[in-house]
Structures are given as C-alpha cells and as structure tokens.
Ligand binder design. Sequence first.
Ligand SMILES: [Zn+2]
Ligand SMILES: [Zn+2]
Length: 912
Amino acid sequence: MTRKFTGNEIRQSFIDFFVEQQHTVVPSASLVPGGDATLLFTNSGMVQFKDVFLGTDKRPYTRAVDSQKCMRVAGKHNDLDDVGRDDWHHTFFEMLGNWSFGDYYKKEAIAWSWQLLTDVWGIPKDRLYATCFKDEKGDIPTDEDAANSWRQQPGMDASRVLYFGRKENFWEMAETGPCGPCSEIHIDRGEEFCDLKGKPHNCGVNGDCQRFLELWNNVFIQYNRLDATTLEPLPATHVDTGMGFERIVATLQGVDSNYKTDLFQGALDVLLSLTGVSRDKMYADFTPYRVIADHARAAAFLIADGVVPGNTGRNYVCRMIIRRAARFGTKIGLHEPFLSKVADAFIEQYGTFYPELEKHSQAIRDSLTREEIRFSRTVESGTAYLQGMLDDLRRRGKTVLEGNKAFDLYATYGLPLEISRDIAREQGLEVDESGFRAAMDEHRIASGAGKAMGALGGEDAEFFTGIAKVLQASGRLSPQGVSYDPYNDLEINGEILALIVDGQSVNEAQFGDSVEVIIPRTGFYIESGGQVSDHGYIKGPDWEIEITDVRRPSPGLIVHMGEVISGKPKVGDKAVAEVNKSRRHDIMRNHTATHLMHAALHQVLGEHARQAGSLVAPDHLRFDFNHSEAMTAEQIEQVERLVNEAVAADFVVQPKLKAREEAIAEGAMALFGEKYGETVRTITIKDDADADKPHSYELCGGTHLERTSDVGAFIITSEGSAAAGIRRIEAVTGRGAYDLIARRTRLLKRTASTLKSSLEEIPHKVDVLMDDLAVARKQVSALRAELAKVAFNDQMKQVEKVKDVSVLAMEIPNADADTLRALADQFREKHPTSALCVLGTVMDDKPTLIAAVTEDLVKRGLKAGDLVKFVAEPMGGGGGGKPTLAQAGGKDASKLPEALRSVKGWVESKVK
Ligand SMILES: [Zn+2]
Ligand SMILES: [Zn+2]
C-alpha cells in the first residue's frame, strides 16, 4: 500500500468510485427502521432497500451507493457479548454498499470491486481470494458466471478462486422470497496474523484463525424461493453488496485492531488524557477502552437518531450501553461523568459525513451526562448488593444467578442485566437471562395494573384539586397548601403525600417510572418571570427520585416531576428534597446578570429599551427588549463592558418586600403585562458606598446572587431580531462563559495547527490564503477559457453551409458570456465573410446565447439582434445588441438545444 488513507477518505473514495460508475449517492437510513416493527435497529445496508427487492417499492435510480449506519446488539445478530473482548466486534458499525436494482450484474460488480480494492486502494493482488457458490447438495447450479469473471480479472490467479457451499455462499432474505448466490472477497493478512500457530487447524479462507479476513460480500439476487425445495428465476436480477467499513479501514491502515484505526483515535486520546495512562499500558489492558469507545460511539449515533435512555426496547439498549460504558470507566479510574467528552471526539470524527451528530450534539452530551449521573448515584450500592448475591450463590454451590434476583437489581438500582452478567462472568459465574426477561415482563404487567387510588381522574387541575382536598381533609396538608420558599429552603425534610404515575395516584412507584411527587413544603423554584424551574433530588431511606421539573397545577398545590432512579418510593415515606445547588447557582448568575444587562441597555440605548421577554436558564440567558434597529457592534461591546464593570465593582444585591405602590413610586422597573400582588419583591443592585443611587432596581420574584462579582464573567453570544421592533440578546456567565472561551480557544488552536501558525498569526494567514485563492480562481477561469478555445477550434469543422452562408450553432459547456464572445471573435477571424454563429451555454441554470454575423451579411439584412431574439424565444428569453454581435438570456435552460437547432431555419428564411 503506497499511502495511508484516513477513514474519512476511504469512505469517500468508495462513494466517489461508484459515483463514477453512474451510481446515485443515497444517505444512510436512520438506526431506527421506519415501518419495520419486527426490527429493533437497522442492522444491514439491505434494510432500506428491502421493499425494492421484494418488488413492492420503486426508486428513481437503478444504481445506488451508500454507507449505512448499523446496530447489532439484540436479537438474531447480537454482537454485544463479543464487543470489547476482541478487536473486531462493534455494537454500532458502518456498512459500505453498492446496489443494482435490475441494472448491472455479476460481471460489472466483480470487475469494479477488483478495480477498487487493487487499483484505487492498492491492496496487493496476490493477497486476495474470491469465493463462489457451489451447492453441496447439487440442487442449485454452481455460480460459474461469477467464478469466470473472477478468473478474468488482471492479476487474479485461478487458484485463488474458491468454491463454498450454502452456509458461506448462498444468501436468503427469509424462508421464502428473493435469494441467490454470493461471492466474497477475502484477504490473507499474512502468517503473523495466525493466532493458532502450531495447533492443527484450517489456516485458510473461511478457516479457524485470524489470518484470513472477509472484506466484501457481493450478493447476486437471481431467484425467488417459493418453498424449501423450489426456486424460480427472477425476471430482474439485483446486486446487493456489503463491506464492513471499520474492517477495510483497519486493513488499509495496516493495523491489527479496528480500534487502532484513526476512526477511534480521537476518542481513545480523550480517555488517555483523562486517565493519564500511557498508550502501551492501554494496549496491554485494552478491553475497558474498547468497550467505552464502542458504546460511546453507538450511544452518540442512537441519540442523534432520537433514541433516549429508558426502560424498554431501543431506549433500554441506549440506557444499557451508556451504563455499561460508565462501569468500564470506573475500572480505569474514571468516576466523574466523562462520556460526553468521548462522544465529542466522535462527533468531530463523523460529523461531516453524518450531520445529524453535529445537529444534535448538545442533546448527545446532555443525555450521556444525565444518564451517567443517575447511574453513578446507584451503581455502588447496586454492585455491592450483587456481590452479596454472588457470594451467597457460591456458598450454595451454584453458578447461575436466578433471573428474578438479577431483575430485582435492575428494578431497584438500575443495574442492567448485561452489567450484572459482566460482573458475574468476571468471577466465573453466570446470570439466567431468560429468567430475567420473564421477571421483566411480569413486572410490566403488574405495574400496569397496580393503580391504588385509581378512582381519581379527569382534567389535570380538577384531578389535583381533588388530591389537595383529600390531603387537607386528612390533615396531612395545611389548608394553605404546599408551603413554598425557594429563597431559603434548598434542602427540606418532609413526607411523601402523594405519588402520581401515568396520571393515576399510586401508593408505590418503581424504578424507571416517570412520577409526580407531592410533599408538604418545597424550595424548588417554579418557572416564572423567565427563570426556569429547579432540578434536584427527593430521597428516601432506600430510594431516590431525580426531579427535572416543578409545576403548580392548581392553587396551593406544587408538584415535583421526575423519574425514580432507584428503589421503590411509597406514600408516607420520610423524604429529603434537595435542590441541585450548583445548577441553581448558575441560574442565579444568569438572573443577576440579566438585571445588570437591562440597566446597561438603558444606559447605552435609552429608557425605551425595556424588557419584552426573558429566559434565565443555567447555561445561558436570553433577553428580549424594545428597540427598533439592530445594535451596532460598538453598542454590543459597550453593553458587555458595562455589565462586566458592574460585576467587577462587586455591587451588593438586595431583595426586599414592599408595598407595590411604594416600589413603583420609587422607580422600580415593573414589567408591562405582569400581574403583581399588593406586596411585591424588589431586587436592588447598588454600590455599598453610594447606597442612595441604586445601579438597578426591579420588581422580581427570581433568585439572585448576594454580590455581583459572583457572576464571574459575562459574554454576549448573539444579538438579533425577535419580532417587529423587538431585539434579542443571548449571553452566558460564570461556568457557561468559561466553557465558551475554552471551546473557542480549542477551535482557534485547531485552526492554527491546520494553518501551521500561532494564534496571533491566524488573521494574517487567512488573508494570505484568501489572496492565493483569488489568484488560483483567476487562473482556473483563464485555463477554462483556454480549454474552451482549443475545443472550439476543433468543433469549427461542424460549420454547415446554408445556401452560401457558413453557419455554426453549438453549445459550449462550462463557459461564461466573456468566453462566448471571445469564441465568437475567433469564429469571425476564421470566417470573415458570409458567415454567422450562435453559441450557447448554461451557467447557474440560466442559458445565455451570443450571436455573431459578418458585415456583408448584415448588409443583406441578417442582423445579429434579430437572430438572437428569434432563437432565444423558446427559452423564454429576449435580448439584443449590435447588428454584428448580440446577446440573449432565458429562463428555461432545458430548451437550449432546441433553440440552437432553430438557427438554420432562420438563415434559410432570410437568405435570398
Ligand atoms: Zn492459522
Ligand atoms: Zn428578575
């Protein structure tokens, strides 16, 4: 192999090669198969073309090329057991394929695969073997067509064309339906790859050891199977090919593991830098790294296709692989959430070809981190509990853990079967899988039926008013309802008053349930005034609920919404409600910064720049305000600087309850359209030394910092229009500002390293590059004109005589109007008298025509302007110019050939 291709280049060269052979590029189908309920995930390239082979669907093309995202983790193709243990298996992988739907067949498919592997990719010919079908039962004809084609390939020795039977070389979609022989290409990687040396074994194609690898399968669909013994030929034959992408990349890069290709390098580098382990040490204990890399990549692609961690089906798989990766992370010393960083490396590696990764990158990072945090809160107690079970199992002299016990671990601690099994296997034990599944099914039925207080129902508000009445009548809830103090009560003790699952009140909730929780008091902030609701946890003695939203469905009642992440919470259990303090702190930074920015906008733009809408979230803030035109760059910078100055000044932030009239008389900024009670909360931001003149004074129910310096830093990320007369600013503070700076610095560093420059030199380098590009573009267009001239000289032989007039009408591809004019001059030099030409071209889908007529013809009444007008008519265009040279445009480029054909008729009608 002459040169090392990158993985991305290999994928692209596969696609480019088949595009050259007139194939249409088809994007990968989603990992979630559309309209195929029998399939958990898309698991081969064939899935999206199945209906074409069955004859129930038609495509606008007969040749296609693609790279299909595939996932094999459950069902018939289950590779999970092998993932991590070896260098070749993946849960997620890509399948390269070229497809013929009743178009080309064996001869072309074989010749092209040979050409791509040996010419384009440079694999030595003497290392490749081809296998063809020969029926061991003698019922189906031997595929001599394929074998002969192989023997005809340049450099393919007949001894390397082998025959195999039904198992290896006959493909069937199902018990009946389309089927046919296949032909595989194998590579001999060399004796050093034989891992069974010295032992008696089949050291050959389809053998026992690692020396020979299958690279590419070409399936030739030519029969329709009616029953076990009857095949009938299909009226149209098809080609379906599949080449494992990771494997061909490993082959072409000459590495002994898929995980050592550049596809995985970015992700493994992240792990190396997080663990501080050396590369050699990682290779010596490669399993955890392979599992993490594989699962993080798979999870990123799944989330990009809309699969989120959950308790059933695809969602369970997503949850399971994230948790499995997280557990292998703890084995190499990673105890904080880390998978989003690994996923980032994959988003960078794959994002150009699979833009859904870039598009959903935030969702990918968030889902991964959230699931890791949930798991980290229960994994220790879960594995300790499992260890107890395994010890007990050994004492009882058994080796297989009962399925219902493994299910208990899942239902209580969220420990998926696959992880319990990993841990058991590490100790030479097993888990009863079918017992686990049976217990899971039973649980689903039980939890569906177990509605205790199911009598209540109906409309949301009505439902909750009913619950409040029951609770108040029993004296467990005060007549005023749930007490609410988000300013002080970040951690409170209480008792579970009610649990609601699926809109039904229940006595007990289970692991994984989406649940609504009512407790007598709360400090969780309820979204209002733009500030989002708090997140946090409600915990009992042996269970935990992750809270991700809070609402007030009816007056006096506050409901916490979340998911049970461990154990089985029950009504009446003692509980602690804890607001996520670091998230709340991020929100407070953004809220205080919002007030500072509001004040700064007044200073820079004027008093009219009043708040028209606001969002205060942990990761950013958004602020809409009245202003009729876009802010200038200077104004934006000025606002940003004023806010940062107020931050550095370390002003004090003071909340105070006041009578509404008094606060408004004092000049507090009130928001138009907000309803305020008689007593209002005000937020004053002021300098300790100059307390009489507040920096900012607003009516606000939100939560704030004590001092402005706690904002840290304030960066405006965008300014734009939100609606007519309303502008919108988005900004970040504190940790969000740090992340933004870090991300931008990384981008700059990457750009600098691509440009081979320092950060400071980037602008200069880019200027130089832009200049170079402009020069290169000019040269290209000059060369193009030159080429057109040469081609045109050649074409001038096509001049025809209409009576005594020499006529040329032709299309010049890739030319612009200037080039056409130059060519028309060239024509007149060659034909100075009694000659005319019409030249046409299409640029950006618009046709252009130039007509040139010699002087003597003008005198005979043949004018270029008339000619070009007549000719341009079918294209829906018009034009004009001098009698000797005229130009016309048009709308319909497809009519250009027809327009050019009409030239001769015009000349005939004019020449007497
Ligand atoms: Zn061998
Ligand atoms: Zn506020």
